[in-house]
Design a protein around this ligand. Structure first.
Ligand SMILES: Nc1ncnc2c1ncn2[C@@H]1O[C@H](COP(=O)(O)OP(=O)(O)OP(=O)(O)O)[C@@H](O)[C@H]1O
Length: 300
């Protein structure tokens, strides 16, 4: 039977004052966060920001230095097998055996859970039907990543951790993966996702948080992140002398109408841009002074 939640904790994840220090280096520096049951939360941040460390503490893979953490009502540092069976985990890099076929590996893991999904359904959901009988060691990088995702969902988890799940996916596979995640959401699965693909966060996340230097610098719905100011549209055009112009205005239509009147016709190179989540994220990262290499990697 599917494990029902008997604890009375309203949040799936509750984090207070979380810190992790490796040697002398602070990787996570006082994070507070609640993730509601059934919510999909996207954790964003450049390389080395502390996302994986945070997630791995929640999964029970790493011990925290200090702070309070509760995952499905349990402290992950003391989570037993029952608790682990309620989680689905897709690590950043997985180490599944290359010797087994996709179907064998999934069938093996399915046996470890009280109420697993059907192996062939999961294989189809991650788009590996044609590779079900192939040894994992002979799959491409993106196909192996799909096996990781399949292993993460085979146990019908209440809470699914996805650490950069679509790295290496081709664009079509990413869209198929998004539709799989929407199905899991509809079934009530709580999902904590890290990703460097901002469109993925915008597509899937009910809320998102940005971690910089181990601190959560902003949390909000995907529509709210960065604040209203960051979302003001940008109007760009070229003046008759060729000079580029750019104005941010909440009333772009008014500005364009006045430009048309002033220039006596269509402004050259006219663009009205509404900042995307990626633009807003990059503004946040730049404002925090994170170096350019990390920004480029994060946006890549
Ligand atoms: N086992 C470890 N020992 C020492 N330092 C570590 C260890 N794991 C991570 N760190 C350091 O902690 C910081 C946060 O790393 P973490 O892997 O959590 O970042 P991240 O946000 O997941 O990055 P990425 O996007 O590259 O996966 C980094 O400075 C990293 O070098």
């Amino acid at each position: 039977m599917h494990t029902t939640t008997t604890d009375d904790t309203p949040a799936a994840v509750r984090i207070r004052g979380l810190r992790k220090v490796y040697g002398g280096a602070v990787a996570v520096d006082g994070i507070d966060l609640d993730i509601a049951r059934g919510e999909t939360f996207a954790l964003l941040g450049p390389n080395g920001a502390g996302k994986s460390t945070t997630i791995e503490i929640l999964e029970g893979y790493r011990l925290r230095t200090s702070g309070e953490v509760s995952v499905l009502g349990v402290d992950p540092a003391h989570g037993g097998l029952d608790w682990k069976g309620r989680l689905g985990i897709v690590l950043q890099s997985a180490a599944e055996s290359g010797l087994y076929t996709v179907r064998e590996q999934l069938a093996h893991f399915a046996k470890l859970y009280p109420s697993p999904r059907d192996v062939d359904e999961v294989i189809a959901a991650v788009g590996l039907e044609s590779k079900a009988g192939t040894r994992i060691g002979r799959l491409s990088g993106g196909q192996r990543r799909r096996v990781d995702v399949a292993l993460g969902i085979i146990g019908r988890p209440e809470l699914l951790f996805l650490d950069e799940p679509t790295t290496g996916f081709d664009p079509e596979a990413r869209r198929e993966f998004w539709s799989l995640i929407r199905t899991l959401k509809d079934e009530g699965t709580t999902i904590l996702l890290t990703t460097h693909y901002l469109d993925e966060a915008a597509q899937l996340g009910d809320r998102a948080g940005v971690i910089l230097g181990g601190r959560l610098v902003d949390v909000g719905t995907v529509e709210e992140l960065g604040g209203a100011e960051a979302r003001v549209p940008i109007v760009r055009w070229r003046d008759p002398d060729g000079g580029p112009r750019e104005v941010r205005t909440a009333r772009p239509a008014e500005l364009v109408a006045s430009l048309v009147a002033r220039l006596g016709g269509e402004p050259a190179g006219l663009e009205v841009i509404r900042p995307s989540l990626e633009d807003i994220y990059l503004q946040l990262v730049r404002a925090a002074g994170v170096d350019a290499l990390d920004i480029e990697e994060a946006a890549a």
